[in-house]
Write a protein that binds this ligand. Structure first.
Ligand SMILES: Cc1cc2nc3c(=O)[nH]c(=O)nc-3n(C[C@H](O)[C@H](O)[C@H](O)COP(=O)(O)O)c2cc1C
Length: 297
């Protein structure tokens, strides 16, 4: 729960206004914990002008970074260069060419801390991060993922199997065959012959972002943390690429889960390939037409 130093509290009520769970009241002109619920979001602590509030569950170390100096000040609304922010967002590209260079573990740890600045449903913060920190670790994991795709390609190459399943109402394998068979087949051949790595594109590290099933919004939490990591990676000079093929293998093949030793009470929602980029762009591209509807107004 929250600790309030009543000797310094001025009774200004700022903490009351921002608390999402009505945990604090004012008694005798001092903030007092009267509620029984607290999700340890730290809004009270952030807003207190006299620094009288502490939320023991919050670790100060999560704000300490190795690769840059973090300015431990709250940035007021509107006081960030939006043009710079959008430039970062549009400049991040899915990187599919990497140098051999190794990423320092401290940088990977920083990326994960940046991931965890994301919001999470009821502030559960039940995300989990797994790091394959070297090219060898990425390749060894790739071998496991490859076994899954060999199996799927083999199954889907059998006309009777995929059409039979489709007739029984399961068209997944048939769709897979149409959309991915050739692509995956080429990827497998290349991988086995030591050719181009079409799965991880030669990335030298992989971060898998998961969530405990007990979280109120597990996939949302993991994917929001993921986007933070993608943007931060670009800002830190790294390239990144989400690898959906890993997530599919993870969902469909328990061996992949076992290889990574992922506990049963959690799931992986994104796999982020990372490395120092060996490509550059001259300009951002826009997006396809964006469907927007303003309702009732
Ligand atoms: C959920 C998801 C899964 C993806 N999986 C892969 C993948 O397995 N391999 C790959 O090369 N790119 C993958 N991508 C990257 C997309 O192809 C890429 O985001 C898209 O082409 C837009 O390009 P940009 O990221 O450079 O803006 C994935 C992206 C998302 C959002």
């Amino acid at each position: 729960m929250i600790e309030i130093d009543q000797s310094t509290c001025s009774g200004c009520e700022a903490c009351l206004r921002v608390c999402p769970q009505q945990t604090i009241s004012i008694n005798d002109n001092k903030a007092t914990v009267t509620g029984t619920r607290c999700m340890a979001c730290g809004h009270c602590m952030s807003t207190c002008p006299s620094e009288s509030i502490k939320v023991p569950e919050i670790e100060e170390g999560t704000k300490k970074f190795h690769s840059f100096d973090f300015d431990n000040k709250w940035l007021p609304y509107g006081q960030f260069d939006i043009a710079k922010l959008v430039s970062l967002m549009y400049s991040r590209r899915s990187t599919r060419n990497y140098k051999d260079s190794h990423i320092d573990r401290k940088i990977l740890k920083d990326l994960i801390k940046i991931g965890a600045t994301a919001p999470s449903g009821t502030n559960s913060q039940l995300w989990t991060f797994y790091v394959l920190p070297t090219r060898d670790a990425v390749v060894n994991f790739g071998n496991e993922v490859l076994k899954f795709y060999e199996k799927i390609n083999n199954m889907s190459s059998k006309f009777i199997v995929r059409k039979g399943l489709k007739m029984m109402g399961n068209g997944e394998l048939d769709n897979y065959y149409d959309e991915y068979f050739d692509l995956v087949n080429d990827g497998i051949n290349d991988w086995k012959q030591g050719g181009k790595d079409r799965l991880f594109h030669g990335a030298t590290a992989l971060i898998l972002v998961g969530s405990k099933n007990a979280a109120s919004c597990p996939s949302d939490d993991a994917l929001l943390a993921t986007q933070n990591i993608l943007l931060a990676a670009h800002a830190m000079g790294l390239g990144s690429c989400l690898i959906g093929f890993v997530i599919k293998a993870f969902e469909k093949d328990k061996r992949v889960r076992q290889y990574l030793k992922i506990p049963k009470d959690e799931n992986i929602y994104s796999a982020i390939a990372l490395g120092y980029p060996d490509e550059k762009y001259h300009r951002p591209t826009g997006r396809k037409q964006i469907p927007v509807t303003f309702l009732m107004g």
